[in-house]
Design a protein around this ligand. Sequence first.
Ligand code: PGA
Length: 253
Amino acid sequence: MRKKIVAGNWKLNNTLEEGLKLASEITNMVTDELRDEVTVVLGTPYIHLSAVGKLTENVEKLHVAAQDCSTHESGAYTGEISVSMIQSTGASYVIIGHSERREYHNETNEQLATKVELALKADLTPIFCCGESLNIRESGKHERFVSAQITESLFHLTEEQMSKVVIAYEPIWAIGTGVTASSDQAQEMHKALRAHIASKFGNTIADEASILYGGSCKPTNANELFSQPDIDGGLIGGASLKSRDFMDIINSF
Ligand code: PGA
């Protein structure tokens, strides 16, 4: 069965103390309230990984993610964090190719292909982000554009590797803008991406792939988005910084 996943992406927010407070509120809520078969992931800054990992280690449905990783395994790369470092903190997921990394750090599909491969080698589950800008959406080429992101970063994987990748479709025009893709727009893209994955890896892997939606997902719209047949959860930015909102999104299934 396809996994339902709600992942928070804290981005550049929260000191260590603030992050631990938020994580402990979420841990308590997940323990008390989680009704459904949902996997919850907290995408924290690197400095929180270890401490949040310890705090959540006994909650089976709760996992920790890094927000990026290096394209290198080790060596003279000042400031970089490798997949094995992430893995050693107890984190089990890593967000790869977020549009903010692509835009502000010029990350290319080719570099992201390397990151995905390194993550899988270190037993981390990649949450691979893709999505188009408003210009591309308005030109009508959005499906082709996002499919190409997937082709260039994921189509070199084996079937076994691909079966471990989580996809997050995040239209850039919906991230942090308060404008959400309509459930029809999101479903249309998720369906197209699943078909694109099937064209390379076959129906079984495509049917089992969790494809998350991201971009201004909130407690008020999560249920409608998550009810779509090809939307398997969300990657949540702003609303993951408030424990009550995040928990309400998790409980929207
Ligand atoms: P948002 O961010 O929920 O604040 O729009 C989503 C994301 O960037 O992952």
